[in-house]
Design a protein. Sequence first.
Length: 478
Amino acid sequence: MEQIQSKALQTTECGDQVSHQSKCDNLAAEERRGQLSIVCTKGTEQELYQILVDTFISGKVKPGMSGIVVEVETDRQISDPEVIAWNKQKLNELLEHPNKISAADWKPSRKFKTLVSEGLPYTLSEPNPELPQRELQEPDLICMADVEQLDVAWWWNKYIAIGSMVSFQGDPGAGKSQIAGSIGAMTTRGERPPDANGKREKCEPRNILLINGEDALNYTIAPRLDRAGADMNRAFTLNLEKDPLDFTQIERIENAIKQINPILVIFDPIQQFLGAGVDMHRANEVRPVLARLKDLAARYEFVCIMVQHMNKYGGGKAQYRGLGSIDISAIMRAQFLIGENRNVPGGRLILPIKNSLGELQPAQGFTISDEGITWTDTDWDATEQDILTQANAKEGTALNEAMIWLREIIEDAPVWSTDLDVKAEAAGISARTLSRARKEMKDSWEIVNKKAPGLNKWYWAKNHTEVTFATSGGLDYV
């Protein structure tokens, strides 16, 4: 806890200097013409109540005073100091029986009012007009007229600003990692992605820091950068095998940034680095972790790209489809949706869906081949539905194919559940698609999932059929 110097001023009761040392070191008491103000920082409410009791028992507060004002900043996340006021009735009750009052008696009740303000003193009793107004001394108060206004420093013209945190989001296989890596490669050789007019500006070659938690460094990351034409001497990463990384290791990240001074830092994917103790679906856990990284980007003037997977819900705006808390979207200064373009066979889009520092710019088209990323053209007409609709249609096609396959598998004989999973994987059907196909067919009473009598095993079969169980473990229809 911070220690605050205590001081005592004149009171109308005694007219001379008084002093009081509380049992708590973080007490600063000020008695002024019948009004006592106690300031406590970084303390808990329980500790504050004990300070009050200690002060009252000391006799420095007398009956008839106009009231008591307490300002306290607790450890809870609040944007302004809490001003807690106790009325004269409670104050007098305490003074009449000071030795019978303990800190536990001063827990908050609904009768006590809690106000959030700019630190102004407050009392529930009528103010004494003879009391002078307390002067506010807030060193961090800033007048907007004194603020130097600056233009946004764009890294990717009108798309991404220097010192900002942005996200690249899309479904698996959309091309998120490829486009992020390609942009990184361009940065190392002194190029920027195309702007709204399709122009690719030249710039100073800069270092990048690319940290990927999903792909192999030797087989995927380094070859991908090399194919994209990166200056490999300007591309860096961290050794995650030797020491796994998460965003709580902010000093480790900062040391790397100080050492190579990158203009671009990429984390792929974001959930890989949030940390085991952070629930990415809880804003109060995600925000503090990302806020430290955001401040780092602003301080060292680099662009921080977070690659983010999409959730499984097909509806809604793309901005709400990012996996995890909506607070991840809120802290990003720009967001991009990446995926296949339904209007261009084989084409893909990187589409801005949020820009807190300027107007939304048009989508940029690209293709992916064995040679890497190829930029195609600027698409002013593209919308997020061009990507989401294509993704949903692709998923729908996969679901239909899985249902057809499942019908064929159980047509001649039932299948043990464990065997079905193995067969589906061999057929190239993902576990998620298989689960959806089984649910669709089960809900429509086309197939059933039952437990074998006397065995701790489950099987899938056509509905309205009888099943026989061979001693060898095989299944068949009667």
